[in-house]
Structure formats: C-alpha cells, structure tokens
Design a protein around this ligand. Structure first.
Ligand SMILES: Nc1ncnc2c1ncn2[C@@H]1O[C@H](COP(=O)(O)OP(=O)(O)O)[C@@H](O)[C@H]1O
Ligand SMILES: [Mg+2]
Length: 262
C-alpha cells in the first residue's frame, strides 16, 4: 500500500499566552491517504483549527513532525490549499482575478489565467460570474469561488476549516453535495473541520473525533456508506448516534471549562 499523503507523528501544540501556555493538542498520530476524505470533529476549542493550521504550515508544532507528500512541513506550500469559514476573497478583485491570483504570482500569462479561471468557475457552477466582485455574490457562491481559487494551484490536499458554517441549512446541504463532486473530480485529499455531526457523516470516509482540550484523538470512525448519502437512512442515523455518544462527554467537558474561564 502507498504511504499516506499527510502524516502527523506525535504532534503537540502549546500556544504561548500572557500567563500560562495553552496546550491545544497532544500526541496526535494520524495518516491521511491520497484521495481520502477525512473530517475532524470535536467540541469548539479542542484544537481542530490548530491542527489544520499546523498541516497548512501557517503555525509550527511544539512537538512532533508533520509530513506532506513525503516532505517535512516547514511552511505553507501549493500542495496544500486552504478554505476558511468566511471566504477570504479579495474584495477589490473580480471573481476571475481572485481565482487565478496564485497563478499570477507564479508568473502564468494572462490569457492562460483567464482560461483556467473560466474552466474552474464552470466546474463550481459559477460559469457566468468571472467579471463580478465578491460582494455581488451570495455566501454560497463566494465559498464556491474560494474552492475554485484553492483548486487553481492543483493542491494534493484541501484543508477546509468549517467552510459552510456561516451558510443557511439548505445552502449548506447543497454545498456538501457539491464539495463531494469537486473532491472526486480533483483527485485531492480532503481535510475538513466541523463541529456538526451530520455534516461529518454526510462527507467523510473517516471521522477523527477529538477530545476536549487538550485535543487528542479519541476515536477514528470509518463511514462506510455509499454516496450520495441519504441523511434519512437508518445507517446514517446509526452512525450519527454513535458519534453523538462519542462526543457527549467531550462537549460537557469543553462547556464546563468555558464556564470556569468566564
Ligand atoms: N493564536 C492563539 N494564541 C493562543 N491560543 C490560541 C490561539 N489559537 C487558538 N488558541 C487556543 O487553542 C485552543 C484550540 O483552539 P482551536 O484550534 O481554534 O479550536 P477549534 O478549532 O477546535 O475550535 C483554544 O483553547 C484556543 O483558545
Ligand atoms: Mg476552529
């Protein structure tokens, strides 16, 4: 079998704060296969975003190592694309310019950039908005544009931090179906952060369940459901119940800790 694309070995992260260091992650061991869809699920504050930023190379681990594509992660790279909760499109650029901004930095010529943008925007269902500004788009459209932008650099893994959290329920469900199509078509691995159990079951090949802070891996749950998935099916409900049971104690602990801090 091929080695995993992304490998976290004994990864820990403590954030330095004014008083005591905050231990966000401890002893994370995890491999993500090529083309695998992995979801990080855990209560808020358990370190999901922190782990994503470490893999993105935006922050350094305090202990342990992270590898991507056989090389040690020491900083950001085009092999890893990022999508955040609020789209980070540049408001002064057109959607098309946003999508190919990374290619421009790489010195790709304007004509080719326009062709790539047109192709990617078609792929995410935004074929006719290349000339618009981000603020002329709905939230769902902005997140699709952010996907197109992330895909423009042909990443091997897409890192998504609660990308649909700000969307209404109906749009969110459409975007989930849509993301699965993008994933299959791109051949990339997906690392998707959420605190929504149903979203995890809808999307993942495997769900990594985190403990409350300090975040450790509590359990890894394979989701062996055929796609497209039916959220009303008994098998979907059974997995969702199982994840709810796994999370319940952790959510209680996270909540108690938040109350203490206030
Ligand atoms: N830049 C930072 N400086 C200090 N503490 C941080 C920083 N980022 C996150 N933390 C702390 O690390 C813990 C994990 O945060 P985070 O990874 O954002 O959790 P999640 O994404 O699971 O909600 C939290 O206690 C948070 O307050
Ligand atoms: Mg987060």
């Amino acid at each position: 079998m091929n080695p995993p694309l992304v490998i976290c070995s004994d990864v820990g992260k403590a954030w330095q704060t004014a008083d005591t260091p905050v231990v966000a992650l401890e002893g994370i061991n995890l491999g993500i296969a090529r083309r695998e869809f992995v979801v990080f699920l855990g209560p808020s504050g358990c370190g999901k975003s922190t782990l994503l930023y470490l893999i993105a190379g935006l922050e350094q681990a305090t202990s342990g190592t992270i590898e991507s594509g056989g090389a040690r992660v020491t900083g950001p790279g085009t092999d890893r694309g990022l999508i955040f909760q609020e789209s980070s499109l540049f408001p002064w650029m057109t959607v098309g310019e946003n999508v190919t901004f990374g290619l421009k930095l790489q010195g790709v010529a304007a004509l080719e950039r326009r062709q790539v943008a047109a192709g990617l925007l078609r792929k995410v269902g935004l074929g006719d908005v290349a000339h618009k500004r981000p603020d002329q788009l709905s939230g769902g459209m902005r997140q699709r544009a952010a996907m197109a932008r992330a895909l423009a650099l042909r990443p091997e893994v897409l890192l998504l931090d609660e990308p649909f959290a700000a969307l209404d329920v109906q749009t969110r469900s459409k975007m989930q179906q849509f993301l699965v199509e993008v994933w299959r078509d791109s051949g990339a691995s997906m690392l998707f952060v959420t605190h929504h159990i149903d979203e995890a079951v809808a999307l993942a090949d495997r769900v990594v369940v985190f403990t409350a802070r300090p975040g450790r891996i509590k359990s890894v749950v394979p989701i062996d459901l055929p796609r497209p998935r039916d959220p009303r099916s008994p098998a979907f409900h059974a997995l969702s119940d199982h994840l709810t049971d796994l999370l319940r104690d952790e959510v209680d602990r996270a909540f108690a800790e938040q109350e203490r801090v206030r």
